[in-house]
Design a protein around this ligand. Structure first.
Ligand code: ARE
Length: 563
């Protein structure tokens, strides 16, 4: 037995409450070891102490480790526990003492793992609608122009031109309203708009006024109409909050540029010297760009200001949540306060961070609900580019799920591309078949999924700014077959097994297989990037498929079925 691989952390993502009387406990071990793992537990305050033993199931496997889990129903909220880990040769007990051949149960008060108490506020409950949401991400400047009466002197590219870092094509909120039918028809349940507040750039990540819609995109009236119509279609709306930094032209920062230390906002930023100077860039910024001075988000006044913005758009316009830009570089204590205030304004509002890396520290139930799952994106890119095998893809998909609590996993935002990355189809060499299989993977994997606008017509694009091309509406008629396929795949998200089911991910030769199961029903996905192979599904119900004919999975194919 590889003793060094065995790990448990109490009161963490490896031991957390899922209700007032239920906890999930995980133990990690070497994948190569064939183990029998048992949870041995007692209730701390029971006399005499009766120790019970329950077998833990092996639920996930990544390249190096196996993970054993148990959902334990509790009779008391104060639990003491150790693990009994055996292979055919030896048995060890794991406690806070480490691994021992004999565990001194008499002394458990000092050495066992503890779940001291479960309070109502301790469990992280997923936002119900998020668990099987289908997001549609729009970069408003490029989606559609609907308002032809606005001052359009800022527009400097024709709709059909390729974008540049500083080009404006004229997309707006009216354009989105016009196309809500199209979005609804796809099966979308939530819109995510990149920033829409006043800003000089086409992407609007450098904000001048967080309380006003940029006139290029429309008015508050337009926005109200958009939210109302979307809601009437059963589509929610999530906005982009850029709280790490603002625009150098924002009146708040301008005040510091003018008055220096005399400004009441001086301490809202990180300034080296008396005055903020955009020539010298003597202040902290986002990614060293002069036009995005970084806010001091640990400052209580800054927090009050940002929280006010977060609540304003929920209370006045009924938006359904926030995507938080550069959330990983923002102070944890802002997110803790932000969460409380946002949830009190709207209990089922969702909070999604833009954290590209492991964000467990943000996903404990007191800050973010979800993150943009770039680890999933990266796995898809590697797998569909042929850089990794089905086995390795399965290992990685398993590993990602073992980073976080179940609630966070069920709300992850899984996508193939965004306005910050090359378009997936372009990255993998233009294969539509592979793209469809990848969308199927994003739908069947645990969490919500997001489709970047234009994917439904096979829109291509390299990195920023090319990934922000205008939507080619004229192509929609000729792309009906792709559109139909995508609809078919997205419809799978409605299934109960996707929303509330367990998950098993593994490979069989060249096939990558995902199973989602709930109440005796199993929904499965098989993806084949290898040679054509027989795949007899018998008479099971096929929900969606690509390149699957006569019980044969062709090259770059997939099938989703239920039994
Ligand atoms: C512009 C140009 C770029 C140029 C850049 C720097 O378009 O070509 O490289 O300037 O000069 C917004 C605009 C961008 C703009 C940028 C700066 O949308 O077009 O770029 O402002 O003016 C990191 C951050 C992550 C960030 C990505 C892009 O951690 O937060 O980089 N994403 C958000 C938004 C962006 C937005 C901003 C932040 C700024 O989604 O659209 O950019 O508000 C690794 C790292 C990550 C890193 C990632 C990508 O994985 O760990 O931290 O993300 O790579 O670089």
């Amino acid at each position: 037995m590889n003793k060094a691989a065995i790990l448990h952390l109490s009161e963490s993502f490896m031991a957390y409450a899922i209700s007032l009387d239920q906890i999930n406990i995980r133990l990690r071990a070497d994948r190569k070891d064939k183990l029998d793992v048992r949870l041995v537990y007692t209730y701390k305050c029971d006399y005499p102490h009766v120790w019970k033993e329950e077998k833990m199931e092996k639920t996930f496997e990544d390249e190096s480790f196996s993970y054993y889990e148990i959902n334990l129903k509790l009779l008391d909220k104060r639990l003491a526990y150790v693990f009994k880990v055996s292979d055919e040769n030896e048995t060890y007990y794991l406690s806070e003492n480490g691994l021992e051949e004999v565990y001194d149960f008499e002394n458990f008060y000092f050495t066992s793992f503890h779940m001291p108490y479960i309070h109502e506020a301790d469990f992280f409950e997923p936002v119900e609608w998020m668990k099987n949401a289908v997001f549609y991400q729009i970069f408003p400047e490029r989606f559609r122009r609907g308002d032809f009466s606005k001052d359009d002197s800022y527009i400097n590219q024709a709709w059909e031109d390729l974008p540049t870092p500083s080009s404006f094509a004229g997309g707006d909120l009216k354009g989105i309203i016009e196309k809500l039918d199209h979005i609804k028809d796809l099966g979308v349940t939530c819109l995510y708009l990149t920033p829409i507040f006043i800003s000089p750039t086409n992407h609007k990540y450098d904000n001048i006024d967080y309380f006003e819609i940029d006139p290029q995109f429309g008015s508050k009236e337009d926005f109200k109409k958009l939210v109302e119509k979307a809601h009437s279609f059963g589509i929610r709306i999530v906005l982009d909050a850029v709280f790490n930094h603002m625009c150098h032209e924002n009146p708040v920062f301008k005040d510091v540029r003018e008055k220096g230390k005399e400004s009441i906002y001086y301490d809202w930023f990180y300034i080296d010297g008396d005055k903020a100077d955009i020539e010298k860039i003597n202040y902290e910024t986002f990614a060293h760009v002069y036009n995005m001075p970084k806010l001091k988000t640990s400052n209580k006044e800054v927090q009050d200001y940002l929280i006010k913005i977060g609540k304003y758009w929920i209370e006045e316009f009924d938006v359904d949540g926030w995507r938080l830009d550069v959330s990983d570089e923002v102070s944890h204590d802002l997110w803790k306060r932000f969460r409380k205030e946002i949830k009190s304004a709207k209990a089922d509002a969702v909070i999604i961070g833009e954290n590209w890396h492991n964000a467990e520290a943000f996903l404990r139930g007191d800050e973010l609900d979800s993150i943009m799952n770039y680890a999933f994106t990266n796995t898809c890119l590697d797998y569909f580019k042929g850089k990794i095998s089905a086995q390795k893809a399965s290992d990685k998909l398993n590993m990602i799920l073992m980073r976080n609590r179940d609630a966070a996993n069920r709300m992850m935002l899984n996508f193939l591309d965004t306005h910050d990355t090359p378009r997936f189809i372009t990255e993998i060499g233009g294969s539509l078949d592979k793209t469809l299989a990848a969308i199927a993977l994003s739908v069947v994997y645990m969490g919500a999924n997001s489709l970047y606008y234009g994917t439904e017509v096979g829109l291509e694009g390299k990195g920023d700014p090319d990934c922000r091309r205008t939507f080619p509406w004229e192509k929609i008629e000729e792309k009906q077959d792709v559109l139909g396929k995508i609809k078919e795949i997205l419809a799978v998200k409605k299934h109960e097994a996707i929303k509330n089911g367990g998950i098993k991910i593994y490979s069989e030769g060249d096939l990558l297989i995902l199973e989602r199961f709930v109440n005796e029903k199993t929904l499965s996905l098989a993806i084949n990037l290898g040679k054509e192979k027989n795949f007899d599904l018998g008479c099971k119900e096929i929900l969606a498929a690509g390149n699957f004919k006569n019980q044969k999975l062709g090259e770059n194919s997939f099938v989703i079925w239920e039994k």
